[in-house]
Design a protein around this ligand. Structure first.
Ligand SMILES: *Cc1c(COP(=O)(O)O)cnc(C)c1O
Length: 394
């Protein structure tokens, strides 16, 4: 008989676990959209979003998901026919490049594969070879959620500078924001995009963009920008609150306000620290399981692993079998082996936002039970190894 009754647990890399405070904030009738509380709330959301991203630049809010933000970032920075360089290390980098191609951009993809991060030196070489400055923008995913590869954003900025190249630097932080350390201004990022449903702990449906003066200057040079994606109105509060380019995402704004209250109360440094301790517990468990079986972390080098999501190889069909068992028997939903061949050989653990020690130890305990129930060969001591990591938290 299943032992799943009770509260289920969503351990996928977005949407993430929703805090009770966020759920409560949305439990209300639609507010007045013309004036009053909704406008006041939006006013306070903007500076808090800047704090989360580490920027003094502008912020725009859209009603969309991460795929929409891929388009928003490109619509405001480059024109049809312009060349862009996509530095990919997984399904999401490839996805952004496909969107760019469909928008009529001339896309150069440098694919670093599914077990590596973006190589800054290779980036420098490509840009240094572009003597005429044909490349207008460089696109990366800070974390590629399919592989859990985390690239070194600051090092890639230094590579662009070392090549003496003027391209805009666009970063997708949809998976990483609010989980992995990110400092937009210090790291020299021109445009950053994210979405509400991962580290920001709100439901899916709001897309966010952060941009600096260089990005604004690029936008000013464009002849036409698709009206829905144009950020000009969205970063201008006076226009935006009144019109929102359509109805405001009312309940999402209440949700974001509640989530940002949690984020501010904890502080970014503590949030990054918590994610790091928890992911180290996961790594320790996987290493122990791997001692007696095929299981291994997709990313070998700890400094190249995300703290928001972990991709794990298991082999054969075992990733899918394990996911099915964990869900039906124990009420824990794990992430699919998105973009991998075969997908069934992999699974992912999402650990973004509203995650803590008992949640993660619970997920690891259920995986351990699943490995035993399905007779998937594995090493002993995974839970003890994870608990030892947690015990050293300060
Ligand atoms: C989740 C994700 C996306 C896509 O976001 P959607 O809201 O699912 O469209 C894009 N890039 C990265 C890195 C992601 O993690």
């Amino acid at each position: 008989m299943p032992v799943a009754n009770g509260r289920s647990y969503l351990a996928i890399p977005g949407p993430s676990v929703t805090p009770e405070a966020v759920i409560r904030a949305m439990s209300r009738a639609s507010p007045n959209i013309y004036t009053g509380e909704l406008h006041e709330i939006t006013d306070t959301i903007i500076p808090d979003l800047k704090y989360v991203a580490g920027t003094n630049g502008d912020v725009g809010i859209y009603i969309t998901n991460g795929h929409g933000m891929w388009e928003a970032a490109l619509a405001n920075s480059v024109s049809r026919g312009d060349k862009v360089l996509v530095l990919a290390c997984g399904r999401f980098g490839i996805g952004w490049s496909a969107a760019a191609q469909t928008l009529g951009l001339d896309v150069q993809i440098e694919d670093f594969g599914q077990e590596s991060v973006v190589d800054p030196e290779r980036t420098r070489e490509i840009l240094a070879a572009d003597k005429e400055g044909a490349i207008k923008a460089v696109l990366i995913c800070h974390v590629d959620t399919s592989t859990s590869a985390k690239s070194d954003v600051a090092a890639i900025r230094r590579a662009i500078d070392a090549a003496g190249h003027d391209a805009l630097f666009l970063v997708d932080c949809i998976a990483s924001l609010g989980c992995d350390r990110f400092e937009m201004d210090n790291w020299g990022v021109d445009i950053m995009i994210s979405a509400s449903q991962k580290g920001l702990m709100a439901p899916a449906g709001v897309g966010l963009i952060w941009l600096n003066d260089k990005a604004k200057a690029a936008r000013a040079r464009l002849n036409d920008v698709s009206p829905y994606w144009d950020w000009a109105l969205r970063i201008n509060p006076a226009e935006f609150y009144q019109y929102f380019d359509g109805t405001a995402p009312t309940h999402h704004l209440y949700a974001l306000r509640a989530a940002l209250d949690l984020i501010k109360a904890e502080g970014m440094e503590a949030i990054w620290d918590r994610h790091e301790t928890l992911v180290r517990a996961i790594w320790a468990a996987v290493d122990a399981w791997g001692q007696g079986g095929a299981m291994k972390l997709n990313m070998k080098n700890p400094s190249e692993r995300s703290h928001a999501v972990t991709s794990i190889y298991l082999g054969g069909e075992d990733g899918d079998r394990l996911r099915d068992w964990c869900e039906t028997m124990c009420g824990v939903t794990l992430g699919i082996g998105l973009g991998r061949t075969p997908p069934s050989a992999y699974f992912r653990i999402g650990h973004m936002g509203h995650v803590n020690a008992h949640g993660i130890l619970g997920v690891l305990g259920v995986i351990d039970a699943g490995l035993k129930a399905l007779s998937i060969p594995h090493g002993d001591g995974a839970l003890a190894a994870a608990a030892t990591v947690i015990s050293k938290a300060r």
